[in-house]
Design a protein around this ligand. Structure first.
Ligand code: PLP
Length: 407
């Protein structure tokens, strides 16, 4: 299938760049992928989607690649939207949903972006890829690089969750721990470009990860029957997901597919231990100052400085949304609360969104009858190291004390 991509475009100054060769940044800032939307409008109707498989490739006209390009894939399924009536009731909200991304390859939504980035790199002849990571991106890249037969290098802070270290290893990546922050990992990847000759897969330093994350918005719109929900709460680190979803809603609107042209209010959620985007939002700035000594157990949003800061802030503001910081110490409790109330395996990043939900409902920013979607960006099972798990041992050599079990 011919691609409908027309060109790349600098997000900072609109400079048009060719999509026919590998591109990275322009003036140290990210690029947009632009499509010939008029041409897509002529060749694709909503009805055409009906008989397509339930995976991200069903939106191939709006992606830089299609399955006909013999893409490498691990089964990037359409993820479920789960109604959360019990949790909603706690906060006086009638229509609360979680879009549960934990069933994607490697157990997090990072696979949406990395399947696209790795495929495009492969298409352009890249043989070696490298990434700095807070955890899940490294695991996802390692998996797709293995599948694509590429060499993968992963650099992560030493306190990255155990499972992320483990998955890099099983997928055969050359993985390294750094006694520093993700920015220090990023510097090694940058410097290694000349030294070792790998391609830099850092967040937003190549244009295609956004296109993969964009499928979250496309799916959501389709699942809501081409209407958009009122509010989306999204745990924001580097921001690819929020930026990608907003791009999806804009493109769908231009195709005329969104009923009433309505788009959601986007809420960027961060921990108060690391909230550069919230600070910039509150100060009315377009760019965010890096945070010193960032801390949060929600490792996916421990991003003290985001290269796409202005793209996140533009999207949040255009949407009429907001950026909100939640108390770090509430995250684990809300993770357990949500999991045991709804049976959904939520990650600590998403738990921050549940804290935000409570705060925004209390302030009256959310209305009882609004449709609200929280993104569960990864499976809880990826984070066994954030809380101490205590069990009572039962000795099968002695009579069982039922009182202990009853308690
Ligand atoms: C990376 C990550 C995030 C943040 O996503 P961005 O799109 O980079 O803002 C949130 N949650 C989890 C679990 C992550 O791995």
């Amino acid at each position: 299938m011919p691609s409908f991509v027309s060109n790349l475009e600098s997000a900072i100054d609109g400079t048009v760049l060719s999509a026919d060769k590998i591109q990275t940044l322009h003036k140290d800032r990210p690029l947009w992928v632009r499509y010939d939307l008029d041409k897509i409008k002529r060749s694709l109707q909503i009805d055409n989607l009906k008989n397509r498989p339930h995976n991200i490739w069903r939106y191939k006209e709006l992606l830089p690649l299609s399955p006909e390009d013999s893409v490498i894939s691990l089964g990037e399924v359409v993820t479920p939207i789960i109604s959360c009536e019990k949790l909603g009731k706690k906060y006086g909200l009638d229509k609360l949903y979680i879009k549960d991304e934990s069933s994607l390859p490697t157990g997090s939504f990072k696979s949406r972006g990395l399947v696209m980035a790795v495929n495009m790199a492969k298409k352009f002849g890249v043989k070696t890829v490298a990434i700095p990571t807070a955890g899940n991106a490294g695991g996802a890249m390692a998996a797709y690089a293995a599948r694509a037969g590429m060499d993968a290098y992963v650099f992560m802070p030493e306190d990255t969750p155990l499972i992320n270290k483990f998955e890099c290893k099983v997928f055969g990546a050359k993985a390294f721990l750094i006694n520093g922050l993700i920015g220090d990992c990023g510097k090694i990847v940058r410097d290694g470009k000349d030294n070792i000759g790998w391609f830099d897969m850092s967040t937003l330093k190549e244009p295609y990860r956004i296109e993969g994350k964009k499928t979250m918005g496309l799916e959501l719109a389709e699942q809501f029957n081409w209407r958009s929900p009122d509010v989306i709460l999204y745990p924001t680190g580097g921001g690819t997901g929020l930026i990608g979803m907003w791009k999806a809603f804009n493109e769908l609107d231009q195709l005329g597919w969104l009923k009433d042209g309505k788009r959601p209010r986007m809420v960027a959620v961060q921990s108060d231990g690391c909230c550069p985007i919230v600070r910039a939002f509150d100060a009315g700035e377009r760019f965010a100052e890096p945070v010193e000594n960032p801390y949060t157990i929600a490792s996916g949003i421990r991003v003290p400085s985001a290269i796409g800061d202005f793209m996140i802030l533009d999207a949040v503001r255009e949407s009429g949304g907001k950026a909100i910081a939640v108390p770090e110490e509430k995250i684990i409790d809300y993770m357990e609360l949500t999991a045991k109330t709804e049976g959904i395996s939520i990650c600590p990043e998403t738990a921050a969104c549940v804290v935000a939900l409570e705060m925004l409902s209390n302030e009256g920013w959310l209305q009882a009858d609004e449709e609200i979607v929280i993104f569960n960006t990864a499976a809880a099972q990826k984070y066994p190291d954030i809380t101490e798990i205590k069990f009572t041992m039962i000795d099968i050599g002695s009579p069982i004390d039922w009182d202990i079990i009853r308690r």
